[in-house]
Design a protein around this ligand. Structure first.
Ligand code: NAD
Length: 338
């Protein structure tokens, strides 16, 4: 895993949970626009340092995501770095309490939400234990619920802007990751007349994908000739090698940190492949949560704000074109200006 070379954030706090024994890193990248927000990830890492690095990288991305979405927040992230093996799931309740304690220790400068390895129910428990700094609790408990549908909606808005003025009907779209967001994206693309090819490491999802009308493949979709590639699994999919072999014209998806490093964005630009940065495309979930839980928006207002990701996408693509920038450089400049 690449090390984060420079520390551009405000706070990195690493503690060992007293109940779980797990290393927990909470990174606050920025509170300049308001309290930092970002999900809480529970995942196995080769070492706690790798977990802390992930928290730093993901918190910086959250700052850009919030700024581009016009939210009154900066970026933060929590990572609980499980040992690569030997973790006893019976210790999970203790870990959730440790996470609540680690987040509460930051005194409200950081608010969390679900991410890989955590659920709305975990947020309800963190919210209860730390007195109210967790988004996306179940709706019946006063939260805005799971963010998957909102995230999928935002990706579709970005995708539509990326193919504009064309339509998705008839396009060949490859989706990597048939999880909670990926399958909603597939469903919507199929309804709009796209030809959808899907892959997932979990082969048990194949019948569901085929029932929806998608084609299942075990091929490496990054290398397939596609109109659109949708990364909807884990991050780091696009490396210098895979970008050089990529067969898609447009890449847009919810997966966080899709490019291994920024040189990859240059390779994609130079090959004429349009990559819509994940900080733009994946903001639907956070827009929905903040809109509903903090800004007093109803569902229609939150959805309208998510659909505006199309305008942000068009602005980023135009800025990149006009200045000869990569799309991530363009997104960073627009985020700093906003
Ligand atoms: N859920 C949200 O609201 C949200 C918001 C912003 C960003 N994201 C990001 O979007 C991505 C998808 O989120 P999700 O909630 O659907 O997650 P999920 O865990 O429900 O689904 C991920 C799917 O990817 C599959 N997968 C993992 N590694 C793979 C690989 N190498 N190749 C193919 N498939 C693989 C898994 O089997 C799983 O089915 C994640 O990177 C997440 O961090 C999600």
């Amino acid at each position: 895993m690449n090390r984060t070379e420079s520390f551009t954030g405000e706070t990195l706090r690493v503690v060992r949970g007293t109940r779980s024994g797990v290393a927990i890193a909470v990174a606050i990248h920025s509170t300049a626009r308001g309290p930092a927000i970002g999900g809480c990830r529970i995942k196995a890492y080769p070492s706690w340092r790798d977990g802390a690095d992930d928290a730093l990288r993901l918190s910086a991305a959250m700052t850009m995501k919030c700024a581009l979405a016009g939210l009154p927040h900066g970026g933060g992230k929590t990572v609980a770095a499980l040992p690569a093996e030997g973790w006893d799931p019976a210790r999970r309740p203790g870990l959730i309490a440790d996470l609540a304690e680690a987040i509460a220790a930051l005194g409200g400068r950081y608010r969390t939400g679900p991410d890989i390895g955590t659920t709305s129910e975990d947020m309800a428990e963190i919210h209860r234990l730390e007195h109210g700094w967790a988004f996306c609790r179940p709706e019946e408990q006063g939260g805005s619920g799971t963010s998957s549908a909102a995230t999928a909606r935002g990706v579709l808005a970005a995708l539509q802007a990326g193919v504009s003025p064309g339509s998705v009907a008839g396009l060949r779209v490859g989706v990597i990751g048939f999880g909670s967001v990926g399958r909603l994206i597939c469903q919507s693309l199929l309804e709009r007349g796209a030809q959808v090819v899907v892959t997932d490491v979990d082969g048990g999802l194949r019948p569901l994908a085929e029932r929806l009308g998608a084609t299942w493949t075990t091929a490496d979709l990054v290398r397939e000739p596609l109109d659109v590639l949708v990364p909807a699994a884990t991050g780091g999919l696009l490396t210098a090698e895979s970008a050089a072999a990529c067969g898609a014209s447009l890449i847009v998806g919810p997966a966080n940190n899709q490019i291994a490093d920024e040189d990859v964005a240059t390779v994609l630009r130079d090959r004429g492949i349009t990559w819509i940065p994940d900080v733009v495309a994946s903001a639907g979930g956070i827009i929905h949560a903040v809109g509903r839980e903090e800004l007093g928006m109803d569902e229609a207002a939150a959805n309208a704000r998510i659909d505006a990701i199309a305008d942000t996408t068009s602005a980023v693509l135009a800025h990149a074109r006009e200045r000869g920038l990569t799309t991530v450089q363009a997104a960073r400049e627009l985020a700093a200006a906003g």
